[in-house]
Design a protein around this ligand. Structure first.
Ligand SMILES: [Zn+2]
Length: 135
């Protein structure tokens, strides 16, 4: 099995990853226009300002959409032992959407659009990823 690929931490994503590691889901908030955004970017997607701060999300959200990978394609061999798993777009209470794994269900077929989920970081070989679990 090949090594699982991990995110490459950038200067403007460092606070996000450190937050996940410490159990906090941080999202960016623009100090100029007040917009929340995720994924982390060096500038505000709404107004272009580079004056961004971080706020802690409630960690609560609902599944907007989901997929369940059942076969390995291309260079994704590192995930072969984990399939099938649930990969979902989660709408957080703050109004931003995050892509993450969802756990806490006996079978992937039990997961539905609209389900309530909560943030739960998972350690994958020393790196913490933002997973969600059934609320
Ligand atoms: Zn802005």
């Amino acid at each position: 099995m090949s090594a699982r690929p991990l995110p490459r931490v950038q200067e403007y994503t460092k606070a996000f990853w450190e937050g996940v590691k410490s159990g906090k889901l941080l999202i960016q908030r623009c100090r100029s226009c007040g917009s929340y955004q995720h994924y982390p970017r060096p500038g505000c997607a709404s107004c272009g300002s580079r004056d961004l701060g971080w706020v802690e999300s409630s960690g609560r959200g609902r599944i907007y959409s989901l997929t369940v990978p059942r076969v390995v394609i291309g260079d994704q061999k590192a995930f072969e032992a984990e399939i099938p798993y649930v990969l979902a777009m989660v709408d957080l209470e703050e109004g931003v959407r995050i892509l993450a794994r969802v756990t806490g269900y006996s079978r992937p077929e039990e997961v539905s659009i609209g389900d309530q989920v909560v943030f739960e970081p998972v350690d994958v070989g020393g790196f913490h990823l933002p997973y969600f679990k059934k609320a």
